[in-house]
Design a protein around this ligand. Sequence first.
Ligand SMILES: [Zn+2]
Length: 337
Amino acid sequence: MRNAAGLMLASVVAAVVIAGIWFWTSHPRGDLASQAAGAAQAAQLPPAKPGAPRDDIEVTGAIPEKPAVAPQPVKAACANPDALGVSRVVEIDTTGGPGFGFEHFKQLDFLADKEIVLTFDDGPWPANTPAVLKALADECTKAVFFPIGKHVTYHPEILRQVAAAGHTIGGHTWSHANLNSKKITEQQAKDEIEKGYSAVKLALGTAPAPFFRFPELQHGPAAMAYLGTRNVAMFSCDADSFDFKAKDAAQIINTVMTKVDKLGKGIILMHDFQKHTAEALPALLRRLKAGGYKIVQMKAKTPFQTLPEYDEALVKDMKLPATSLRPVNSVVQTVSQ
Ligand SMILES: [Zn+2]
């Protein structure tokens, strides 16, 4: 029994230390006492007092297989009492391909006054996407990400960080092609859409949300019809940050706040690919909070079903040089016997 109590105590102390480290690294600007209290509260344990007797811990005689504190509940807790947070989560039935964002789709007006949806395109990208994730985590809030398939194959581990943080992940084509261009065939548009989703699935191991944003907001009619048949919701926006043109973070904050203050609500389009956006986000989220805005997270009712032929083709592309995919008789011809 003494061994059992000792092990239990060790696991509890280890859990509190882990929780403390997590809070310290996540919230370096907070004061130590509130972090310690927050960590203990999140761990559902009384605050640890140095030298205090530990006989208040009930030992049932059975040592649990896992430590008393699992990592997930600690992660899920928000240590920032003034965080922007998430005011509500909406689940989208994407049957038939509904459209969102008043710049192009005006049928589905589901946001109440002061409600905002945060969206980020063109990632995942080193430094900038992790900085965006950090800013969102510091405010305990959630967004929708629309990654580019090629970027996903370059940095799958960064997209996995996006997923692990609980954000919604949709698709934004394979190579950021303009699907409204006269040069693109219907087959090429389909390939761009499907391959983009397959890249996300390959990186995450789980299916993305059937949410799609057209590159450059170029809504090609044929591609829209195709997305409808695939039951994919299409996302335009209400407030375009034009962050890719911004000269600095301040300009992005100014553009977004001017637009949302005028509209009173809406879906904001930003790019986690952009350095200035990552720089702007902590202050922008504070401004939204100060302005009384609330964040709505959009999730899908059912996941996107990738097409096996695209999943398989992508796996082959990733592992083999292109020349090795040529059939033997196109490479080796008998010319003399
Ligand atoms: Zn884009």
